[in-house]
Design a protein. Structure first.
Length: 140
């Protein structure tokens, strides 16, 4: 007798699993940005319709994966925040190497949907305010 596998209908968990897989396949930060010794990413969330999640701080060193997508902190949301273009803008500038550090900031809105009371979906209202700070490798 064959046992039927139960299909998961939990889209947020599937999307998070996909993000974890993509993160595990990302190249090292030192490959993409060889002049970076450390990259600090500060994430502050705000949501007028729900409890506000705690801020997050991610410190990446050269061996860390160069993966800059972060899942929406709402467990019932399937969205994420992609900081790749903001990081690229801050770090691809030729002038930042003349300064002690590169920095950038901005605000993004979640693009996901939240499962609402198991009866339907609604747009996520989570906002992300981020700060980036990169320290260059010392010239030796």
């Amino acid at each position: 007798m064959r046992v039927a596998l139960r299909k998961s209908s939990n889209n947020p968990l599937l999307r998070r699993d996909q993000m974890l897989f993509e993160r595990s396949r990302a190249v090292a930060l030192r490959t993409v940005y060889p002049d970076i010794a450390q990259l600090r990413i500060e994430l502050v969330f705000s949501d007028p319709t729900a409890n506000t999640p705690s801020p997050q701080l991610h410190t990446l060193f050269p061996a860390a994966p160069a993966f800059f997508r972060f899942a929406c902190p709402c467990m019932d949301c399937d969205g994420d925040f992609d900081l790749a273009s903001a990081i690229s803008t801050a770090l691809d500038s030729a002038t930042w190497r003349k300064r002690a550090a590169a920095s950038g900031s901005g605000t993004l809105s979640c693009d996901g949907l939240r499962l609402h009371d198991r009866s339907g979906n609604r747009s996520c209202s989570m906002k992300l305010h981020f700060q980036l700070r990169a320290a260059p490798r010392s010239a030796t």
